[in-house]
Design a protein around this ligand. Sequence first.
Ligand code: HMG
Ligand code: MG
Length: 299
Amino acid sequence: TAINRFRVVEVGARDGLQAEKKFVPTEIKVELIDRLSECGFQTVETTSFVSPKWVPQLADHNEIVKKHRRFEGVSYPVLVPNAAGLKNALATGVVEEIAVFGAASDAFSLKNVNSNVEDSLKKLMEVTKIALENNIRVRGYVSVVVGCPYQGAVQPEMVARVAEKLLESGCYEVSLGDTIGVGTVKTVSKMLDTVLKSVPAEKLAVHFHDTYGQALANVLISIEKGIRSADSSIAGLGGCPYAKGATGNLATEDLLYFLKGNGFETGVNLDKVVETAKWFNEAAGYDKWSRVGAAMMAK
Ligand code: HMG
Ligand code: MG
């Protein structure tokens, strides 16, 4: 029988920690990344080479990428907003994959990267070009794919256009982000149908924040449309500091339970992820739990 493979991209160390009020100590972040590597993910996003003035929580990016272990077969993308960030990432000598991020609304783009969509696309296409010349793989994000905290509804055509540009410029995959988690099956379907007219499902991932509890329903509809890659964050940590009302990502534990229960193979060990969440809560002084993690701990 054919194996139904699904790739889960763990973004907790980056998306999860970028919006936290307190600064999580570097050693804890490094251990979190190493423990996540042991869970079996193929992709573990680790940090952001953004301005420390904009995202002080990840100001320790240089140390992070140098200190965490690198497991065979695991890639460790770092977020890069501009040429300065790429230069710093390259200077570490250890970064092999970056993620660039665009958006589908000018209002959000201006708040997030201080440029409108058009200008930001130009910058990130240049970043992608230089990265590829340096043999760095590039993943792309499009943010606010269904709703924008400053502008409201977002045109699916705009999402398609940004996704196309990212792929044309050489991203191996584009992750579609519902940054503030407002999408429902209806709005996500409409958006995906539009994007899929010009972009194949194999080149897409989905990135749902679970703010309104719609994330798994939206993953299901994405699967029905052929997508086999999704981003999630351990214990549902996360948010975007430049998106009012953005809360945690879809929790990895909830996604893994859902995928396994529906016949998908991810290669990730759910028990280990729950153990890692438990360790992280104790080490960092948190009490954040996914639904599945809480249920498994209560047994
Ligand atoms: P700016 O202020 O327009 O940039 O910010 P600038 O070029 O004028 O530089 C301002 C200062 O920052 C300068 O320092 C630069 O050197 C420095 P100063 O001269 O004042 O001392 N600087 C940098 N330092 C370190 N690394 C850099 C860097 N760039 C400039 N890379 C900028 C523009 C893009 C830098 C800023 O807006 C920024 O860092 N934004 C990042 C915001 C962010 O990280 N947002 C969250 C990630 S996106 C997200 O979460 C969504 C996602 O999860 C998907 C989804 O959910 O939809 C991916
Ligand atoms: Mg996000």
